[in-house]
Design a protein around this ligand. Structure first.
Ligand SMILES: CC(=O)N[C@H]1[C@@H](OP(=O)(O)OP(=O)(O)OC[C@H]2O[C@@H](n3ccc(=O)[nH]c3=O)[C@H](O)[C@@H]2O)O[C@H](CO)[C@@H](O)[C@@H]1O
Ligand SMILES: C=C(OP(=O)(O)O)C(=O)O
Length: 417
């Protein structure tokens, strides 16, 4: 097991380039299963979740080659074998195999997903969508079995605008007979990215990025080449780290519009943020105002940046309140930050954060973004070495984190425990 060692107190300075988005990549890879010829994905991030997905595709019979930042997937020989256990348990997004395999083969058996379990994460809306499309869905000893004689288009209203359910229904509906309408669809940029790939494969999807998505089913999908959008959560994490260390960082290769909710909060705190066409410069300051933050579905403040933002708010004067309206219990980073001297208490779905200096400590990441929060906290500490264990969670979502932080002047390294 490895841990991250951080000797903090240095302002981050320089330029960091952002890789493709994890939450797009791990939907686009299973989406390729719907094609009958080769799909090439460009700008693919180097993440453990991507490696696990390529293993899953190979088990299903796809030919996968991953070189540099592109992956070639030839799904022509794929079969829908049952996958109750194994790699599907290692990541959340294995649920996309349900929509992709149901769409292509009308049948799939997939173990319930793994990934970051910071609280119960139901998939009832995915199942409601598949059933509306005509599938019979049963839970057999912890695996979801899906079968449809024929998938038929349907009108589906999502009770919650779930990213995963929106994409999963889109995947299956591309091959259903007739029209599907998803109402109260999630609007995250990654949904547009998946719809763009599927349309390049020959699907007919309109309205992705709005709350109503219309899909006309087609009988066949073909291979294509697609470049993945930049990872707004990695970008946001570096923006927060730049502010927390009172540094000056250009975050390059991003879509600034995807980060507007974070930019607005940073400006409100007194951070200088300059938006360029494809980059954002963040310049920290000696003094930050406290702010209240509400994590919400896109275009609201992303829940995936809630934990990193908690660390930044320990550096603001006064009391900030950070509430999560997507995941009400996503606060596993809080006890670890408290171990580092933070004054934070959790009240219902909110963290109440009183500004103050943090100390070095041995802390544990229990999920991906909790890990990012602890790294940022460690970077602010002026004396001693912060040790962050649970690095395997951080590796799920941050491409070259140590190399990037070191290139920005941080004293960070990996150490085998
Ligand atoms: C692989 C991936 O893209 N992961 C992202 C995705 O997760 P994921 O797609 O799993 O998250 P959802 O958007 O589905 O979840 C949003 C909310 O809806 C609830 N819900 C969801 C589905 C369902 O069937 N029933 C239900 O009640 C969830 O408990 C949560 O409260 O969006 C989350 C919210 O932006 C992000 O934190 C994750 O990084
Ligand atoms: C929770 C996350 O990912 P996943 O849904 O893949 O667990 C995340 O990216 O913060």
């Amino acid at each position: 097991m490895e841990k991250l060692m951080i000797s903090g107190g240095r302002p981050l300075r320089g330029t960091v380039s952002i890789s493709g988005a994890k939450n797009s990549a791990i939907a686009l890879i299973p989406a390729a299963l719907l094609a009958e010829s080769e799909v090439v994905l460009d700008n693919l991030p180097h993440l453990s979740d991507v490696a696990v997905y390529s293993e899953i595709l190979e088990e299903l019979g796809a030919r996968v080659s991953w070189e540099g930042n592109y992956m070639k997937i030839d799904p022509s020989n794929v079969v829908s074998i049952p996958m109750p256990n194994g790699p599907v348990k290692k990541l959340r997004a294995s649920y996309y195999l349900m929509g992709a395999l149901l769409g292509r083969f009308n049948e799939a058996t997939i173990g319930l997903p793994g990934g970051c379990n910071f609280e119960p994460r139901p998939i009832d809306q995915h199942i409601k969508g598949f059933e509306a499309l005509g599938a019979t869905v049963t839970n057999e000893h912890g695996s979801i079995h899906l079968y449809a004689k024929e998938l038929r288009g349907a009108k589906i209203y999502l009770d919650v605008s779930s990213v995963g359910a929106t994409i999963n229904i889109m995947l299956a509906a591309t091959r259903a007979k007739g029209s599907t309408i998803i109402e109260n669809a999630a609007k995250e940029p990654e949904i547009i990215d998946v719809a763009t790939l599927l349309n390049s494969m020959g699907a007919s999807i309109k309205g992705a990025g709005t709350e109503t998505i219309r899909i006309e089913g087609v009988s066949k999908l073909r291979g294509c080449r697609h470049s993945i959008i930049p990872d707004r959560i990695q970008a946001g994490t570096y923006m927060i780290a730049a502010a927390a260390t009172r540094g000056d960082v250009v975050i390059d290769g991003v879509i600034p519009k995807h980060l507007e909710a974070l930019t607005a909060k940073l400006l409100e705190m007194g951070v200088t943020v300059e938006e360029l066409d494809e980059s954002i410069r963040v310049i920290g300051s000696d003094k930050y105002e406290h702010v209240d933050v509400k994590a919400f579905v896109y275009p609201g403040f992303p829940t995936d940046l809630q934990s990193p933002m908690t660390s930044l708010l320990t550096q603001a004067e006064g009391v900030s309140v950070l509430s999560d309206f997507v995941y009400s219990n996503r606060f596993k980073h809080v006890p670890e930050l408290v171990r580092m001297g933070a004054k934070i208490r959790v009240e219902g779905r909110s963290a109440v954060i009183e500004g103050g200096l943090l100390n070095a400590a041995k802390v544990k990441a229990s999920d991906l973004r909790a890990g990012a929060a602890l790294v940022i906290a460690g970077l602010t500490v002026k004396e001693g070495i912060t040790e962050v264990s649970g690095v395997e969670y951080i590796d799920r979502g941050y491409d070259n984190l140590v190399t990037n932080l070191r290139s920005l002047g941080a004293d960070v390294w990996r150490q085998v425990e």
